[in-house]
Ligand binder design. Structure first.
Ligand SMILES: [Mg+2]
Length: 124
């Protein structure tokens, strides 16, 4: 399964469980002028694919990799990880369904409490 398909399914699963998750669309190839324009607007190499916000200010960044196990973090992705971890956030590298399920099991109660408090089913 390609990383993009993996991401689509991961987002669907997380939203289905009440998690507040969004993507940071900073991948893909672009014309250099467009890339420079986006960079000036704050788009940054190495930013994680997904951001999951949990109650009490907890922020989790998720870098997804191909399920074939061949995906590796780029130097920019490692630098991003170091920075957000230094700032006290959580960073995850997910390359299997087991990784996703572990996270959902560990944080299901938080997602549920958020859903109950907000009384909304996401912000689509
Ligand atoms: Mg990725």
């Amino acid at each position: 399964m390609k990383e993009s398909a993996f991401q689509t399914n991961v987002v669907r699963m997380l939203k289905g469980q009440g998690f507040f998750v969004f993507a940071v669309p900073n991948g893909g190839s672009r014309h250099y002028k467009e890339a420079a324009h986006l960079k000036a607007q704050g788009v940054m190499a190495g930013v994680a694919d997904l951001v999951i916000c949990l109650p009490k200010g907890k922020v989790h960044f998720v870098e997804l990799k191909n399920l074939n196990g061949k995906g590796r973090q780029s130097p920019a992705q490692r630098a991003f990880q170091e920075t957000v971890e230094y700032l006290g956030n959580q960073y995850h590298l997910w390359a299997s369904w087991a990784d996703v399920e572990r996270f959902m099991n560990d944080h299901r109660k938080e997602a549920k409490s958020m859903e109950d408090d907000l009384k909304v089913g996401g912000t689509d």
